[in-house]
Design a protein around this ligand. Structure first.
Ligand code: CP3
Length: 329
């Protein structure tokens, strides 16, 4: 599997490619499938639909990896905090009973996700990697305590600083997220990606405590229970700091579009990224893709976007992106 090889440091000229949120609303076949269930969480927990959604982008584009169709917010959901997705608004998390939530183990129905992983792995070409994923504690806690209103970074940090049970919530999340990652790998996922989507909200003086220490604990747990596991850490907006703090763990790093790859030229870790999703949508991406490929020469590298694909992106642009990557190698 090309992605696993890249994460192990191989520098083959054919760089693997997949894209974040590759199963999603830009695909007409996804929109058709999605119409069958109003409730997004029910969709994520319907095994047949999950297998189909996961494989849709592979059937259409022949990507080098599938990512299991799920969401990072299954964790609050199975901890007992109801999660809804409102069209045009995003996730809304209900007010939780925190004392109870902190004392209750995660609901065992989460195993549905592991069953879906087993089913996808059975149907997926053996050359293609299946990627499992989790959200990191800070990002998940952000959604939980703000009840979904994560966009105001200053408000979020102020809320976290004053939240009486914040440290206990982070402890609990470290444990359940580690377990979720391990169980995905043990069910057949070949790689696990850790999403820290709200990393940029965290002030520098709190990065250790809120981002890197919890993530390091999770990575240790994964490596202890699944020796040699392939892991990608995606810290949106903080690639350089993430590499400085976590590279000793032997993981790969997702790079978002706000970080110029040339600023990372001295690192030897496997990088992943970082085409701007807006450029893919607009169609003016050729120069950037050529720069990414030029940078990736003689390095372990996974071609991807810098963040999730935007729902309005024309399918033809995705085809052109993949053709361009494959024609240059
Ligand atoms: O194809 C894939 O990448 C696999 C599936 C996947 C989804 N969410 C499906 C989804 C993955 C990897 C995620 C991760 C995720 N979810 C993240 C981390 C990545 C990132 O974008 O930073 C975050 C922050 C979430 C939380 C989340 N889920 C939000 C903010 C939203 C609403 C915004 C939106 O894109 O609609 C979701 C819903 C969601 N998750 C959709 C999909 C396909 C759209 C829901 C729909 O179809 O109605």
């Amino acid at each position: 599997m090309k992605i696993v090889q890249a994460l192990n440091g191989h520098t083959e000229t054919q760089k693997p490619i997949w894209i974040m949120r590759q199963a999603g609303r830009y695909l007409p076949e996804y929109r058709a499938l999605r119409k069958k269930t109003a409730n997004f969480m029910h969709f994520c927990l319907n095994q047949e639909m999950v297998v189909e959604a996961t494989l849709q982008p592979i059937v259409r584009f022949d990507f080098d990896a599938a990512i299991i169709f799920s969401d990072i917010l299954v964790i609050p959901h199975f901890l007992g905090q109801n999660v809804h997705f409102k069209e045009g608004v995003g996730p809304i998390l209900e007010h939780a009973n925190w004392q109870e939530l902190l004392q209750t183990p995660i609901h065992e129905d989460i195993h549905i996700i592991y069953e879906s992983i087993k089913n996808v792995r059975r149907e997926l070409d053996s050359q293609k990697a299946l990627i499992g994923f989790v959200g990191c504690p800070w990002t998940i806690a952000s959604y939980m305590i703000s009840e979904g209103k994560t966009n105001n970074f200053e408000g979020l940090v102020a809320l976290a600083k004053t939240w009486p049970l914040f440290d206990r919530l982070m402890e609990k999340l470290i444990a359940v997220i580690s377990d979720h990652a391990v169980r995905q790998l043990k069910s057949g996922a070949n790689v696990v990606q850790l999403f820290e989507s709200w990393a940029a909200a965290v002030p520098v003086e709190l990065q250790q405590k809120w981002l890197f220490e919890p993530t390091e604990q999770i990575i240790h747990q994964i490596q202890k229970q699944v020796p040699g596991a392939s892991i990608i850490y995606y810290g949106k907006g903080i690639a350089q700091e993430a590499i400085n703090n976590l590279q000793h763990l032997g993981v790969g790093f997702g790079v978002s579009q706000d970080t110029g790859l040339s600023t990372l030229k001295n690192t030897s870790v496997c990088l992943q990224g970082n085409l701007d999703p807006q450029k893919l949508l607009d169609g003016n991406f050729k120069g950037d893709v050529l720069n990414i490929l030029e940078f990736s020469k003689d390095r372990p590298f996974i071609v991807n976007l810098g963040h999730g694909i935007l729902p309005e992106t024309p399918v033809s642009h995705v085809e052109e992106f993949i053709d361009l990557v494959r024609s240059q190698q």
